[in-house]
Design a protein. Structure first.
Length: 435
């Protein structure tokens, strides 16, 4: 039966997710954040990182729509072929800061991606008024635009191509490394159809993503044309990214947000601007969650054998704590805790530090699954290695740090059964006990 009363989500002893939550360690590489005040400014900073002294060769810039950069998905091969940065603009006006970067680069020509609804003629005319040559690459929809981008880049003469979903953007991001560095065209498809004619010179295709985004029907259609097909499909977008980069030997890596900034549409503004830098720095584009620590991401970066890692976007794109975790030299960068006791009647939970070092538990939390209630450890609370702490709640419970911490004088745990879980600062589950 339930106790006398329970409370909502609690954080009586609050802690914020801080960069200091991760222990100080010897760095495994040089992580450099490349970001600006917004998506336009971040693309500009990426351009400055790749082309600090301006453009050479054809002196080309690629301009994509900032608030729905679907057309930029296939721009990786064009960016590589033309040695061009990708800058962003909103449909009806171009920012002066973007124009300033175009001027700093000593640009001669601007490729505008998409039709007039994506980037208006007002923007085109503004560019022309600055003495720039402007060429629009567009199609009836994103699939034809991608086709035309490959044709302009000259990558459509390659014997190998990439096929990715035109709606599930993350897999196309994973494809952009190969496309930008090796000049491989990216063709976008729907789940069940190939909306454009793949050139007859294409003899092999790499499909990025599982059958849930690019169906077996599409794969069979390619094979029926005598095209050999290899599919990169992991358990999720991050695993697909890992598989795609398995044979790369880059000089650098680029860490980008692999989660959409919008819940209503697929939107990865920093990521779509990454391919120019990938070509310029011979860098592999690695997808990361924006807040959750994924061990396989760090394993992938380490396996690539690079020292320099460029982190694209601000702390909302990829948090400082997450960067620190990836940079850590510890096998488990955040540490190990274990729930050794859960007493539902007495409202007590005992948690032990089973790591090989003292742990700063800023940002760590204890969670009661039944009531959805959360206890955050105090800021800068340090649990010595091998030591335990008891988290108490209920009437008469007292606060006696460091060995005993008070959650609340309300009852938390469900007598008839509950689940206790401990999470690290990056939302990773490290211990669970069911009673």
């Amino acid at each position: 039966m339930k106790k006398l009363f329970k409370i909502g989500t609690l954080a009586v002893l609050t802690g914020s997710l801080l960069f200091s939550a991760v222990q100080e360690t010897e760095a495994t590489g040089n992580y450099t954040r490349v970001s600006g005040s917004d998506r336009l400014a971040t693309a500009i900073e990426i351009s400055k990182k790749g082309w600090p002294s301006g453009l050479d060769g054809e002196r080309v810039v690629i301009l994509a729509r900032a608030d729905n950069p679907a057309d930029a998905l296939s721009a990786a091969s064009l960016s590589g072929a033309k040695n061009a940065p990708i800058l962003l603009t909103y449909p009806n006006t171009i920012s002066t800061k973007v124009l300033d970067e175009i001027r700093r680069l000593n640009t001669v020509k601007v490729y505008v991606l998409g039709g007039e609804k994506a980037i208006s003629n007002t923007v085109v005319n503004t560019l022309k008024s600055k003495g720039l040559e402007v060429e629009r690459i567009s199609g009836s929809e994103r699939y034809q635009t991608a086709y035309n981008i490959n044709r302009e880049a000259g990558t459509d003469t390659n014997t190998r191509a990439i096929v990715a979903s035109g709606t599930s953007v993350a897999d196309a991001l994973s494809a952009s490394t190969d496309s930008a560095i090796n000049g491989v065209p990216i063709y976008l498809v729907t789940k069940d159809t190939i909306p454009v004619n793949i050139p007859s010179n294409i003899k092999s295709v790499n499909i990025y993503g599982g059958t849930g985004v690019v169906s077996q029907k599409v794969e069979d259609s390619l094979r029926s044309k005598g095209i050999s097909v290899k599919r990169y499909a992991g358990k999720d977008r991050y695993d697909t990214n890992r598989l795609a980069l398995a044979n790369f030997q880059p000089n650098n890596a680029i860490l980008v947000r692999g989660t959409s900034v919008s819940t209503g549409k697929e939107d990865y503004p920093d990521s779509v601007a990454a391919s120019g830098l990938a070509h310029r720095k011979n860098a592999a584009i690695v997808l990361s969650h924006n807040t959750n620590y994924l061990p396989n991401v760090r394993i992938l970066v380490n396996k690539l054998g690079v020292y320099n890692v460029f982190v694209l976007g601000g702390t909302s794109a990829i948090s400082n704590a997450l960067v620190s975790a990836y940079q850590s030299s510890y096998p488990d960068p955040l540490g190990k805790l274990q729930i050794t006791s859960l007493d539902l009647d007495k409202d007590k939970v005992v948690i032990k530090n089973v790591d090989s070092r003292d742990l700063n538990l800023t940002g760590w939390r204890l969670f009661s699954a039944d009531g959805g209630q959360t206890f955050y450890f105090p800021n800068n609370y340090v649990l010595k290695k091998g030591s335990s702490v008891t988290i108490v709640s209920g009437r008469g419970a007292t606060h006696n740090p460091p060995s005993q911490l008070l959650w609340t004088n309300a009852y938390i745990w469900e007598n008839d059964g509950d689940i206790a879980r401990v999470y690290n600062p990056l939302n990773g589950l490290v211990s669970e006990v069911r009673k």
